[in-house]
Write a protein that binds this ligand. Structure first.
Ligand SMILES: [Zn+2]
Ligand SMILES: [Zn+2]
Length: 371
């Protein structure tokens, strides 16, 4: 049986996108649908073939396998079942065991040589996070080898020979059951070359451990957990391959007064009971260095939150600011002079109970329960 190419069957180019595949399938299927041809044998076979082609090409994994192995990748209907012998249960098994390692769209070779990404944890004060800062950080990582300028060899004129094992391809093929499997070459580790005269400093890697200083810009409004990518500042790649990226992970130092919930700054403010009763004001130091005056209304209660709009943290990528919230905690005096006590006794003698309606209501309910 001659198997027709799936792309030819649908009348499309190899590189066609999903939409084009779908459109072609619809058009062809309509044309040769069995209902339209009164059970004509040829048309029926054609319809089946088209459906089969579409079934494979619409699925990225199946399509990739087809592009690589042709019909052999799915031959399990007629003839002997190649999957049975190899112990594969079906498609997904094969993909997870074999395909995963070399069907990386970025290209295995480039991928193996690229430098790793790095993580750097950076702690900032609230004030720094508010305004944004430029920080100099020390990064110890593999960087381009200065001795050989990243080439990996001492002799600049003749650096490397083609690898004998893979013939310079960087990959070797091996039969694995039914499949021909490609793997990165173990001799040259995928580079396709073997260095004839490796640099003594980097042993042919083209990179060596270096401590370097890096200046990084932190935007205003970052918070605990904010991640900043500094492109190309990660580990250097092998022999001049592209570097990885550096990721800054932001952490917030504890603040003496404020806690932070997003862009809101929260301060727990103990207030004397006289200020709570008579009213007043407290001044808080703003993160921008300005004084923030919080007015305390007479009769404020413990737990009440007084909001000062626009005095909180800066909003990332915006000119806006969050709010500042003062959480009031009324403090009962514990150390009083004789004179103060006498004055309070005097005050108590004048109490009618109406001064504190919540207490009055509560105790009247308690009295009712005692009958
Ligand atoms: Zn090789
Ligand atoms: Zn070197």
């Amino acid at each position: 049986m001659v198997e027709q190419d799936y792309y030819e069957l649908l009348g499309i180019q190899r590189g066609s996108d999903d939409a084009a595949i779908k459109a072609a399938y619809r058009r062809m299927a309509k044309e040769c649908h069995p209902d339209r041809h009164n059970g004509c044998r040829d048309q029926e076979a054609r319809f089946k073939a088209i459906s089969e082609a579409y079934d494979v090409l619409k699925d990225p994994q199946k399509r990739a396998a087809y592009d690589r192995f042709g019909h052999a990748a799915f031959r399990n209907g007629g003839g002997p079942d190649p999957f049975a012998e190899g112990g594969f249960n079906g498609f997904s098994d094969i993909f997870s065991t074999i395909f995963g390692e070399f069907m990386d769209p970025r290209g295995a070779r480039q991928n193996a040589a690229r430098g790793a990404d790095l993580r750097y944890d950076l702690e900032l004060t609230f004030e720094e996070a508010f305004i944004g800062v430029e920080k100099t950080i020390a990064v110890e990582a593999l960087a381009r080898c200065e001795a050989c300028s990243g080439r990996g060899c001492t002799n600049a004129d003749h650096c490397a020979d083609a690898c004998q094992t893979c013939g310079g391809m960087g990959k070797v093929r091996a039969q694995q059951g039914f499949f021909v499997v490609e793997r990165g070459c173990p001799t040259c580790r995928g580079s396709g070359e073997v260095i004839s005269d490796p640099c003594a400093n980097c042993h042919g890697e083209g990179r060596a451990m270096t401590q370097r200083k890096l200046s990084v810009k932190i935007p205003a409004g970052v918070d605990e957990g904010t991640r900043i990518r500094v492109a190309g500042e990660g580990e250097a790649g092998v022999r001049g391959a592209s570097s990885g990226d550096l990721y800054l992970f932001i952490h917030m130092k504890r603040h003496a007064i404020y806690a932070r919930e997003g862009t809101t700054l929260i301060a727990d403010c103990p207030v004397s009971f006289t200020t709570a009763a008579l009213g007043g004001a407290i001044n808080l130091p703003g993160v921008d260095g300005q004084k923030v005056e919080i007015k305390i209304p007479a009769g404020v209660q413990s737990g009440e939150q007084l909001r000062h709009r626009g005095s909180g943290m800066s909003v990332l990528n915006s000119r806006g600011r969050g709010d500042l919230v003062a959480r009031i905690l009324v403090e009962t005096p514990t150390r009083m002079s004789k004179e103060q006590k006498r004055l309070l006794e005097e005050f108590r003698a004048t109490e009618t109970g109406d001064e504190c309606p919540a207490a009055k209501g509560f105790f009247s309910r308690v009295r009712e329960m005692f009958g």
